[in-house]
Every structure is written in C-alpha cells, then in structure tokens.
Design a protein around this ligand. Structure first.
Ligand code: TYC
Length: 104
C-alpha cells in the first residue's frame, strides 16, 4: 500500500443520517369478556376491514391470544390504539389494543 500524502485532505464517506420511518403493528389482545360481535365492529370501523376479514382477525385473536389489525406510521398507530381503547371503555368492555414496532 502506498502511504497517502499527508498534505492532501482526507474525505470520509458521510454516514446516511436518515432512516425510513419505522412502521408499527396495531395489535388486538384477547380477553374473556368483550363480545365477539363488538370486536368485529371495531375492526370494521377503525381498521376499515370488510366483515369477513374482520371476523377472521377476531377469531385469530380469540384462539391465539393476539392479532395484527393493521400496520401504520407511529402517530397513526398511536391514535388507533387510543381510539379503540376509548371506544371500548365507553361501552364498558375491557378490550386491549397495543402497538409494537414492525421489525420488517
Ligand atoms: N374472547 C372473547 C369472547 O369469547 C372474544 C374476543 C375476541 C375478545 C377478540 C377480545 O380482541 C378480542 N367473547
């Protein structure tokens, strides 16, 4: 290797500082009390799912304990979680909804 000329400036590659914004899964959790029909309506109303898709997600949550309702940027996901929980509480149901970073 030839030694570099110490009089010559060294230009180092700058690290990219901007990552694409993270996406978040909005996840519905199972419980023993919220009626299935209420969950289906929540999935239709807040996640724009057709009745069939909403029923599939509801049944997945019911049997497996949790299910992804949708994938959104951070702010949108946080608002969905807030609205779903607030709506469920207004109707006296313990339905739980959380967001988690989507690794992919
Ligand atoms: N396990 C509830 C029942 O048997 C139904 C349910 C499904 C509740 C999905 C919450 O996120 C949920 N009535």
């Amino acid at each position: 290797m030839t030694a570099r000329n110490p009089a010559e400036p060294v230009l180092e590659k700058e690290r990219a500082k901007t990552k694409p914004p993270s996406l978040f899964n909005v996840v519905l959790l199972n419980d023993d009390f919220t009626p299935m029909e209420f969950v289906v309506q929540v999935l239709q109303q807040f996640f724009a799912l057709e009745r069939e898709a909403a029923t599939r997600v509801m049944l997945q949550v019911h049997t497996e304990g949790r299910g992804v309702c949708g994938v959104y940027p951070r702010d949108v996901a946080a608002t969905k979680v807030e609205r779903v929980i607030s709506y469920a509480r207004q109707h006296q149901h313990p339905l739980q909804c959380v967001m988690e970073e989507n690794g992919t």
